[in-house]
Ligand binder design. Sequence first.
Ligand SMILES: O=C(O)C(=O)C[C@]1(C(=O)O)C=C[C@@H](O)C=C1
Length: 360
Amino acid sequence: MENSATLRTWLDDMNLSHPLVIAGPCSAETEEQVLKIAHELKGTDVNYYRAGIWKPRTRPGNFEGVGALGLKWLQKVKEETGLKTATEVANKAHVELALEHDVDLLWIGARSTVSPFIIQEIADALHGTDKIVLVKNPVNPDLSLWLGGIERLYSSDIKNLGVIHRGFSTYEKSKYRNNPEWQLAIELQNKFPDLPLILDPSHITGKRDMIFDVSQTALDLNYDGLMIETHTDPDNAWSDAAQQVTPDSLKQIMRDLKIRKETDQEADYNNKLTNCRAQIDVIDNALIEMLGKRMKVSDQIGELKKQRNVAVLQSKRWNEILGNMVLEGDQVGLSEEFILRIFKAIHQESINHQQKIVQQ
Ligand SMILES: O=C(O)C(=O)C[C@]1(C(=O)O)C=C[C@@H](O)C=C1
């Protein structure tokens, strides 16, 4: 699959003056709840009304969705409010039922994207559909698996495609429910700049008060849309209570978000930008030259270690370097996280070089 401007035709055809918005409860609970929320979202920026019908929970024993009955409620939403509808599908039976009930947008969840068998089953069941199909990132930060999901759908003649970034599981606890790992989504944008990219800040943050900031970051990074879980009584929601916002909060979030344009033609802006980019090019070249020089010195150390039969890894020295660099970085406004990431990568390259030398 190649990038092509036609990948975003379905989105461009909507002619929106704001990011695409998919909103609605995490789960459809009752007919009354589904309709009440939908009526409150009618006439807002919301383009698609979402509700989970089948809920894949991490452990059994929790509410696992109302099942096909909820699809009838989504049909009512469409009749009563004119909102288009969206739900998650995780197998062939779900797809068939969702199509039967004329759901407009289907998404594939993170736990399904990890399994090429499931994705293929869904792709076969959706073959040739003109419905919109969005693929959430897999739970683990694996770009090829994510792209593989899209490619399977594309090969099954499904043309209205897009991706949803919902963050990645980590063993270590962080302030996010699912770590955003923005660089992965940026890499995906670089490969497929025209594939619509939607953020799911609800699953990334797990907390409603963080949703605005994460959504703004996404718009700063040129995302095309947001999927935000919305409930009239979030605290008593049957699933994911902490991350749902009320329809009023959603409207406020949409009012406060700053929508960025992709670029600007204004002359002064363009002159200044060109000048800064020329400086960045010079600095990037100098960085590469310095890194090359550093590796040459590391090669010399490798030769010395080979002669004296000394181990490549020298943890004490390495920890000293890391500690010093974190302090130096702090002086020039570079975060500890960045310094650790970059120096760990440099160290790994240095070790790879030396290993080749000592093993010769
Ligand atoms: O100081 C050394 O012994 C090195 O080989 C250099 C270096 C580095 O790249 O800075 C590489 C490997 C060691 O684990 C420690 C440091």
